[in-house]
Design a protein. Structure first.
Length: 193
């Protein structure tokens, strides 16, 4: 199953949404896909009571509790696609809140001595993002997602970012189209999978 995490706050107007959807269209149509649209979820940062409940549930082995639904779904996915625009040096805060709900010690990761061991089954995570300006290699959101995936045991992570979308808004669709074409070309050449 491919798990898609859509953090495209602008919905259908989002260039990032168009970018990740262009990727999904290149995949095997027989593969099951589940999409989680974060703006449609009722998730909030974990508070003290929730953290304590979570710790009690994990300690008692009750990992089927509803509180862990997103974490179980993330853990079981064979491939993960995350789409989030570049906002305030990384991504919208809603994605960080989602990550808080997914990172459950004893379910999606744990420690062996001083080593973190990830339990997620996904062999690959793809991160899609678009940026209004040019940021070069300073996409902290992409770096965060790569580190998060590694912590949870996902060793193959790729980020595809299109920059400069708002420098000349009259060229926005052209830039997006060129970026999608380049991504497809790289995929066909097996530079990216």
């Amino acid at each position: 199953m491919i798990l898609v995490i859509d953090c495209c706050i602008r919905g259908e107007k989002s260039a990032t949404k168009k970018l990740y959807e262009s990727y999904l269209h290149t995949l095997d149509k027989n593969r099951e896909t589940e999409t989680v649209v974060l703006k449609e979820l009722s998730i909030a940062p974990l508070n003290t009571e929730e953290v304590e409940l979570r710790e009690q549930l994990v300690k008692s082995g009750n990992l089927q509790h509803e509180m862990f639904r997103l974490a179980r779904q993330f853990k079981e996915a064979e491939e993960i696609v995350i789409a989030a625009p570049y906002w305030n040096l990384s991504f919208p805060s809603l994605l960080k809140i989602y990550f808080e709900h997914v990172a459950v010690r004893g379910l999606t990761y744990d420690y062996e001595g001083n080593r973190c061991i990830g339990y997620c089954k996904a062999g690959k995570l793809s991160y899609f993002s678009t940026c209004g300006r040019y940021i070069g290699g300073r996409h902290m959101g992409a770096e965060y997602v790569k580190a998060f995936a590694y912590m949870l045991g996902i060793r193959e992570t790729q980020a595809f970012v299109i920059e400069g979308m708002d420098i000349d808004v009259s060229k926005r669709e052209e830039i997006l189209g060129q970026g999608i074409k380049i991504r497809r070309m790289l995929q066909e050449m097996k530079v990216i999978k």
